[in-house]
Write a protein that binds this ligand. Structure first.
Ligand code: P1T
Length: 390
């Protein structure tokens, strides 16, 4: 598809058509999986653009074309996991860089920064929703990078991307946004002023809980070239089959995100009135502290909900062991509803003291609301609440 034609498409059409043109050799409507490690050359150095799958693979190229278009980016790089995408960014900046990072990020990102890249860079964790505090930290440290996750995992705090990018750029700080929770369907950080977008494709982009993958989308060619060279040198590339599965999964991103959101709004409102619930955090609720910013920068509120059950770890565990339909598992963003306990599961690597400061308490439960029937979901949650009361 021509770039001009592609740009005019709505995202619901882009997910289906960009990177998905029919196979030029056979006419197959579905692109082939180039399940190959290497490519035959006519003479040394004379090839058709592909040499070795760690460097490039035609199936992955198609996915990269599609993903770049979804985030309105010139370039996309697909990686073996979300964390390996983050790793490439850490290697792309000079040794000894200062990175200011949101204080509530996915536990694995926190672990990567504080136990692996702490030997290479200096990390400062701040509440990025507090723009006055953030401004003074940026002014004092003039960091190379600002790492934002918005909404955050798991407390769903929202940072004003446009406002924050403007402040950060005054100090020549590159702004990265982990856009995993919203997916490119509900939020496009590059258009809001960010420099680099990172995704765990494992989640909403693929949407079917059968692939682990990551992606980086950006406009700056020199940074893209550096990231690609690092990927080629270090090796965290995605397999052709996994890229093909994501190309297939992403086609329904628009309908899935609408369905996730429709169910999540109903679940969040239902939880708000439930006698066994202390409080509910969902960007679409008026009670969310950054609901106004959410409405401004996101075109929807997504499928992630965090709530505090009345009681402590005992009630949480009884609820989680007895809830129906929702599967007790790490991860999110698949068509099936998932539920988990961040303090014990996804954020166990965040020190207890930090968890307490962030409000990741023993009665905090995170839901990834799937696209099943809403009545079945509410009945499944009711089973958990009944058991928690006993
Ligand atoms: O799992 P991986 O594809 O490597 O992506 C890591 C990652 C990065 N950023 C965010 C916001 C994430 O939520 C994740 C992975 N998160 C989970 C596995 C989870 O259950 O929260």
């Amino acid at each position: 598809m021509k770039k001009q034609q592609e740009k005019k498409l709505n995202i619901a059409s882009k997910v289906i058509h960009v990177g998905n043109s029919a196979d030029s050799v056979t006419g197959a409507i579905i692109p082939p999986i180039y399940q190959t490690s290497t490519f035959v050359q006519a003479s040394p150095g004379k090839h058709q653009g592909y040499e070795y799958t760690r460097s490039h693979n035609p199936t992955r190229t198609r996915l990269e074309e599609c993903l770049a278009s979804l985030e309105g980016a010139k370039h996309a790089l697909v990686t073996a996991s979300g964390l390996s995408a983050t790793m490439l960014v850490m290697h792309a900046i000079p040794n000894g860089s200062t990175i200011v990072c949101g204080d509530d990020v996915y536990g694995g990102t926190y672990r990567l920064f504080t136990t692996v890249f702490n030997h290479m860079h200096n990390f400062i964790f701040v509440d990025t929703t507090d723009s006055t505090k953030l401004n003074s930290v940026l002014k004092e440290h003039r960091p190379t990078l600002l790492w934002l996750e918005t909404p955050t995992n798991p407390t769903l705090k929202i940072t004003d991307i446009a406002k924050t990018a403007k402040i950060a750029h005054q100090y020549r700080t590159t702004v990265v946004v982990d856009n995993t929770f919203m997916s490119p369907y509900f939020q496009n950080p590059l258009t809001l002023g960010a420099d680099l977008v990172m995704h765990s494709m494992t989640k909403f982009i693929n949407g079917h809980s059968d692939v682990v993958g990551g992606a980086l989308m950006l406009n700056q060619k020199p940074l893209y070239d550096k990231l690609w060279a690092l990927q080629n040198s270090i090796g965290p590339c995605q397999s052709p089959f996994d890229s093909w599965l994501v190309l297939r999964g992403v086609k329904t991103l628009a309908v899935r995100m609408e369905a996730h959101q429709k169910n999540a709004i109903k679940v969040a409102k239902w939880l708000e009135t439930h006698p066994q619930v202390e409080s509910v955090v969902y960007p679409g609720l008026k009670s969310h502290p950054q609901h106004r910013i959410a409405k401004k920068q996101m075109s929807g509120f997504g499928g992630m909900i965090t709530f505090f059950i009345k009681g402590g770890v005992k009630e949480s565990k009884r609820f989680l062991q007895n809830v129906e339909i929702f599967a007790l598992a790490e991860s999110l963003g698949g068509v099936e509803s998932l539920i988990e306990h961040p303090a014990i599961m996804t954020h166990a690597s965040v020190p207890k003291k930090n968890r307490a400061e962030l409000g990741i308490s023993d009665n905090l439960i995170r839901l990834s609301v799937g696209i099943e029937n809403i009545d079945d979901l509410l009945a499944g949650l009711t089973a958990g609440f009944k058991a928690a009361k006993k």
